[in-house]
Ligand binder design. Structure first.
Ligand code: NAI
Ligand code: 2OP
Length: 310
């Protein structure tokens, strides 16, 4: 059986690291594409030359031509500018909207049946751009952010309680921005909600650190933003789709009435399988949680409205 094919648009930090994870897991052949000549070819060659040592047979190629991406099962979009210190995700809006529109039009034309996974920021707004540029149904346009935000929350919870990250689960919903919604009630260690394991003050502190998680890394790196955890999170989506695992993962999807929201990409738990979004996994929210979710959705709506004026 032929291996699946995944195109990764943008051979920068997130894109190249995602390509490495997919290839080294032997999950799919990978095509790296970037606007810079030589960059995707060089990184692809370097990754291919690691294959004999790592021990996998996935093919990795680099290109500047969308013809080489034809027939992809999944297209991951990481092309765009990354945040610099002092720059908000929203500052990226206009520049990245133009980049995402152009790359999605070309990638969708080459792979009309592909599932799109958008990573470029500001994430939820870029999903709208990708949805319009591709014309794909909502099942095949997904955004990566919730897994990353939840992974950060899981990391902080596990460190606080001195337990394994493996036994620590968390849900962070809403837009990928300062208004994201960590849900402590649904965040657990071995099935026990963290609200029963630490004080409300500590829960709040960890939730705030999570919402600031991207900026915390940017402030340390100074020349770019996080990419190891973002690439691992993107890989988790690719794997659940290609292996039809039906993982329940927080992803940005176009809501159609779920979580009292309509016509907007926002992060919610979804079931991911071979056809992409298989269903939104609705969970009951308290009034306060729903209000926080609505605030976050409102911030996404503002950006989408701004997009229409660009
Ligand atoms: P990077 O700067 O390392 O890589 C971006 C790549 O995109 C560069 O190689 C650049 O040449 C390429 N590019 C620019 N315009 C292009 C075009 N028209 N066609 C093809 N390639 C093009 O940036 P990094 O760190 O990989 O981040 C990429 C994006 O992902 C940023 O917007 C960043 O904010 C976002 N991001 C989103 C996360 C999320 O949770 N959704 C997490 C981490 C990053
Ligand atoms: C992050 O959360 C920059 O959105 C990116 O790390």
């Amino acid at each position: 059986m032929a291996r699946s094919k995944v195109t990764v648009v943008g051979a920068g930090n997130v894109g190249a690291t995602t390509a490495q994870r997919i290839a080294e897991a032997g999950l799919a052949d990978v095509v790296l594409i970037d606007i810079i000549e030589g960059l995707p070819q060089g990184k692809a060659l370097d990754l291919a030359e690691a294959a004999p040592v790592v021990g996998h047979d996935a093919r990795i190629s680099g290109t500047n031509d969308y013809a080489d991406t034809a027939g992809s099962d999944i297209v991951v979009v990481t092309s765009g500018l990354a945040r610099q210190p002092g720059m908000s995700r929203d500052d990226l809006l206009a520049k990245n909207a133009g980049i995402v529109r152009s790359v999605v039009e070309q990638a969708a034309a080459a792979s009309p049946d592909a599932i799109l996974i958008i990573v470029t920021n500001p994430l939820d707004a870029m999903c709208h751009v990708a949805s319009q540029a591709s014309g794909f149904p909502r099942e095949r346009v997904l955004g990566m952010a919730g897994i990353l935000d939840s992974a950060r929350f899981r990391t902080f919870i596990a460190r606080e309680l001195g337990v394994s990250v493996e036994d620590t689960h968390a849900f962070v919903l809403g837009g990928h921005g300062d208004t994201m919604v960590p849900l402590p009630r649904y965040s657990t260690v071995a099935g026990v909600p963290i609200t029963e394991l630490m004080s409300p003050e500590r829960v709040d502190a960890l939730s705030q650190r999570t919402a600031n998680g991207g900026a915390e890394v940017v402030a340390l790196l100074k020349t770019g933003s996080a990419y190891y955890a973002p690439a691992a999170s993107t890989f988790e989506m690719v794997e659940s789709i290609l292996l039809d695992r039906k993982r329940v993962l927080p992803c940005a999807v176009m809501l159609a009435g779920e979580f009292k929201t309509d016509g907007l990409f926002v992060g919610v738990p979804v079931v991911l399988g071979r056809t992409g979004l298989e269903r939104v996994f609705e969970i009951a929210l308290t009034d306060a949680e729903q209000a926080a979710f609505d605030r976050s959705a409102g911030a996404v709506r503002e950006l989408v409205e701004k997009l229409a004026t660009l």
